[in-house]
Design a protein around this ligand. Structure first.
Ligand code: 8Y4
Length: 235
């Protein structure tokens, strides 16, 4: 994991997202002890070996807290629809960045029957409503980035509507992150297998950049950096 992360940093990644539990629908859950054993040594080693910012991808407040102590500076929270404030309090106390991702349901249930009246409006309302909750827990709005959560409780049509409607989010007060890389909607649209989805992933990265997204979460860093460099030169 350390070697892979260092290779991504060498290819131009500014942020490395470290996670110890799969979010795939139906994936087995991981105990806190096992998740800590997977991610903390990786974060400790990376903290002394790269200037890239380290983010911790976890749903467990205790794992986030330990990761921040080990050198992570961002909490990547795919479960920002939670009700308990612990995750926000931990990010607030550490003065860490906090990525608040939209998800309908939980990773176990999210793809059962995703349903929205208007997905863009509902995600937008979620962001507005959450910012109030976060500040109550002590987060400074300056710590927060929002993410529409492509693929998390969304059909192909919902994902496309979110990508088409990104400007609604990038007009908001906080930066936006988009993670579409290799996701299954790209396979549904094109027939491409997971590791054959770079072209579709690049189309999404350029679309996100065009809409003013601040961060793209990708698997193929070198190729995405080239696409975004050309896109930026044209604009
Ligand atoms: C192939 C490879 C097919 C990977 C699907 C996937 C996001 C995220 C994930 C995201 C934020 C993934 C942890 C899903 N996606 N965090 N995490 N935003 N903030 N699936 O979009 O990469 S994991």
């Amino acid at each position: 994991a350390v070697a892979h992360a260092l290779a991504l940093a060498a290819e131009g990644a500014d942020i490395l997202d470290i996670g110890g539990e799969s979010t795939r629908p139906g994936a087995p859950t991981v105990s806190e002890a096992e998740e800590l054993a997977r991610v903390i040594p990786v974060i400790e080693q990376l903290a002394s070996q790269t200037e890239a910012a380290l983010s911790i991808d976890t749903q467990k407040p205790a794992v986030a807290e330990a990761a921040l102590a080990a050198g992570a500076v961002i909490v990547n929270d795919i479960a920002a629809n939670r009700t308990e404030p612990q995750m926000w309090e931990i990010a607030a106390t550490a003065r860490a960045g906090y990525i608040a991702m939209h998800m309908q349901g939980t990773p176990q249930t999210m793809q059962d029957a995703p349903a929205y009246t208007d997905v863009v409006t509902e995600v937008h309302t979620f962001f507005e409503e959450r910012l109030e909750r976060f500040t109550e827990a002590g987060l400074d709005p300056e710590q927060v980035m929002f993410d529409p959560g492509i693929g998390f409780g969304k059909t192909v049509e919902h994902n496309l509507a979110l990508l088409a409607g990104l400007e609604r989010f990038t007009k908001m007060a906080r930066p936006i992150l988009v993670g579409a890389s290799r996701k299954s909607f790209l396979g549904h649209l094109t027939g491409a297998d997971t590791i054959q989805r770079l072209p579709g992933s690049l189309a999404c990265a350029c679309r996100a950049a065009a809409a003013g997204a601040a961060v793209v979460r990708v698997h193929e860093v070198k190729e995405t950096a080239q696409a975004l460099r050309v896109w930026a030169a044209v604009n």
